[in-house]
Design a protein around this ligand. Structure first.
Ligand code: HEM
Length: 227
């Protein structure tokens, strides 16, 4: 008599992502620039510079979101409309970043900010791959779930150390997300509902590690300037 074979449920993508990025996460948040910025050892200019670097990254990410969120995406823009469920308008960060930069640099902020080569490389990379759902999911997860998690700590520290109120840290405030934990759970569910095959899951995990590396490259360049 043969024993019944126990079916093991597949591990959800959100759990795989958390597990596979644990080490990369630890490395990213112990980067010198991040440690010194969060402990108050840098200046408001360093916070402003980080905000400036985030702008091209989110412009690229949110262009990809717009293409994926469009039901006709795959026909019109070469995007994958299986990704529409992962696009949440309440996550959009570009308008908040523009307000922060106007506050931190003044009205001529577009001429004042300087985008670093590592930032250009990061944004260009998102533009190159963002129409592919596994790649988009990787970049969306890395930034937005990070902003909703550690980003909330960053916000508190920026206010505490660099004399900021809400102005200048709008990037870290999600007015349309009243309960962050509830939203993060919904976002993880959306990740888990994506219709990805095994190769695409592998591509998502690999691309997420690359996303962490691209973030670290920006922190390294910022450290050369501010630390
Ligand atoms: C600035 C220093 C950082 C701190 C203090 C920090 C802190 C945290 C904390 C406490 C969580 C867990 C939240 C929870 O359980 O719901 C978290 C999650 C996360 N962080 Fe960070 N973080 C930092 C930097 C970063 C960076 C640089 C990235 C990537 C660019 C990042 C990406 C993420 C992601 C993707 C998650 C979600 C993990 C998951 O639940 O799947 N974090 N962070």
């Amino acid at each position: 008599m043969s024993l019944p074979v126990e079916e093991t449920a597949p591990v959800p993508l959100s759990a795989l992502l958390r597990e596979r990025t644990r080490a990369a996460h630890g490395e990213a948040n112990s980067e010198q620039f991040i440690e010194e910025l969060l402990s108050g050892g840098l200046s408001r200019a360093a916070h402003a510079d980080l905000s400036a670097q985030l702008l091209p990254v989110y412009e690229a990410l949110e262009e990809a979101s717009a293409a994926l969120g469009d039901d006709q995406g795959s026909e019109n823009q070469g995007s994958d409309n299986r990704g529409a469920g992962l696009v949440f308008t309440e996550l959009a960060r570009v308008p908040a970043l523009e307000r922060d930069l106007a506050f931190l640099y003044g009205p001529a902020w577009r001429d004042e900010i300087r985008i670093l080569p590592s930032t250009r490389a990061y944004a260009d990379h998102i533009r190159e791959v963002g129409g592919s759902l596994p790649h988009y999911a990787a970049h969306s997860y890395t930034r937005y779930l990070g902003d909703l998690s550690g980003g909330q700590i960053v916000k508190r520290m920026m206010k505490q150390h660099y004399g900021l109120e809400e102005e200048g840290v709008a990037f870290y405030t999600f007015p349309d997300i009243p309960k962050v934990k509830v939203f993060k759970d919904a976002y993880r569910d959306a990740l888990d509902q994506l219709d990805l095959d095994d190769d695409e899951v592998t591509a998502t995990l690999d691309e997420t590690l690359l996303a962490f590396t691209l973030n670290r490259a920006v922190f390294t360049e910022l450290a050369e300037i501010h630390c």
